[in-house]
Design a protein. Structure first.
Length: 428
């Protein structure tokens, strides 16, 4: 009996003495199996039922208090598959850690043996890796419970790709039903950063994203009698070109602005001048005041060109800002980001921390900060094959049909190390 007691003590001491790297080594084989399974079974935004069930089940097995189907979309008939897991461990700060869960409408062309089995759906943005790292981090935090104090709130978020998930979960009382965080953390894999490196950026790291539809209305008629019409194709063409002057002549060169017209649809036949042309825009900015001014200028330009073309007031363009497809810029609290950078550097080495430039892509993690009232930071995990980076070969971007983190075990390891280091630093 005394020998058995001694064995248990020695085993406990051995587990406590293990480094984080050794603990991750122990979990990596099973986590890679999880990653491959998630990669092979992607689900589109707002359809993540099976994915969310996997995440919730794993968290429940680890001892977290798990709540499923958290979130309310604007469309009351849609089910939100948000997952919230809480682990309370005495007095201390509340730390939120988020993963996204949805995939993209992309046909995979990676050639991987565990490629997507769902037609025209792919984890082309790395959310499968995010979820796997999230579960690995949850495992580490449960395993290391004797070394931290406070509360961990783990968020499995749906519908990131359509920027609806974070808002839906907050609308469902996320911070009233569950502990409100003192800090919010996230990671994102990065297709142009070498695997093994972690990218940091204090301040703005990702842009505001706004979707805008413009319906350019005209007066239709025969293509051979343009004088008796008001041609919306010509008016729309002028609008497309003039919108760029908002960037080049109304915005400071020091304030990044992008206005992209990604879709133009109008007309049915060569010799018919149509009644309307539809434009679809994506608009990217950083500062809130710049965002508001640019959106107002888009409407002013569209209506000004229509007036110059002689259209009556009842045929002015209809400009619609799709608020349910808009998201604020991702802003990394500078003080928190520097602290998290130092914590991660202690784990993986200062040489593996890289300060990156801000980018104009968007994502909805920023909503959890409640307009910067909760300090938040998002780190970028290198996911590019080091050999390809060294050779200068073209790298597939996020959302590419050929994107896959490589080597996946190193990328996954860095993601877990970063998340655990950040959380443990805040909860120590």
């Amino acid at each position: 009996m005394r020998r058995l007691g001694l064995a248990l003590v020695l085993t406990t001491m051995s587990l406590n003495a293990q480094t984080l790297a050794e603990r991750i080594d122990r979990e990596i084989p099973s986590l890679l199996d999880t990653y491959r399974a998630l990669h092979a079974a992607p689900e589109l935004s707002m359809q993540e039922q099976k994915t969310a069930a996997v995440v919730a089940s794993r968290l429940r097995q680890l001892g977290y208090e798990v709540t499923e189907r958290v979130g309310k979309y604007g469309d009351a008939s849609a089910t939100c598959y948000g997952v919230v897991a809480v682990m309370r461990n005495g007095k201390g700060p509340v730390v939120l850690l988020r993963t996204d869960m949805d995939a993209l409408p992309v046909t995979e062309q990676t050639g991987l043996p565990y490629a997507s089995t769902n037609a025209n759906v792919m984890h082309a943005c790395g959310h499968d890796l995010h979820m796997t790292a999230f579960l690995g981090t949850a495992t580490m935090l449960a395993d290391l419970k004797s070394r931290w104090h406070g509360t961990v709130v783990l968020i499995g978020q749906p519908a990131e790709e359509v920027v609806k998930g974070a808002e839906a979960m907050l609308r469902d009382g996320l911070y009233e039903r569950f502990p409100k965080p003192d800090y919010a953390l996230a990671i994102h894999d990065w297709a142009v950063l070498e695997a093994g490196k972690v990218g940091i950026r204090p301040g703005y790291v990702m842009a505001n994203g706004d979707s805008v539809d413009i319906i350019v209305r005209g007066i239709s008629g025969h293509g051979a009698s343009p004088q008796s019409t008001k041609d919306p194709v010509v008016i729309a063409s002028e609008i497309v070109m003039t919108l760029q002057t908002i960037v080049s002549r109304e915005s400071s060169p020091l304030d990044p602005v992008i206005i992209t017209v990604g879709s133009i649809h109008g007309g049915t036949k060569r010799n018919i001048i149509p009644d309307e042309v539809k434009l679809q825009l994506t608009v990217r900015t950083y500062k809130p005041e710049v965002r508001q001014r640019v959106l107002a200028s888009i409407e002013r330009v569209a209506k000004g060109i229509a007036q110059a073309a002689g259209l009556p007031d009842d045929r002015m363009p209809i400009v619609n800002i799709l608020t349910d497809e808009s998201t604020p810029a991702t802003y990394n609290d500078p003080v928190l980001t520097q602290r998290m950078s130092a914590a991660v550097a202690r784990q993986i080495g200062e040489k593996n921390i890289v300060e990156i430039d801000p980018v104009m892509v968007s994502e909805d993690f920023a909503r959890y900060s409640l307009d910067h009232r909760i300090p938040a930071t998002l780190l970028l995990i290198g996911a590019a094959d080091p050999a390809k980076v060294a050779s200068g070969a073209p790298l597939p971007s996020l959302h590419s049909s050929k994107f896959a983190p490589a080597p996946v075990d190193l990328v996954l390891r860095r993601a877990i190390e970063s998340e655990v280091a950040m959380a443990m630093d805040l909860l120590r």
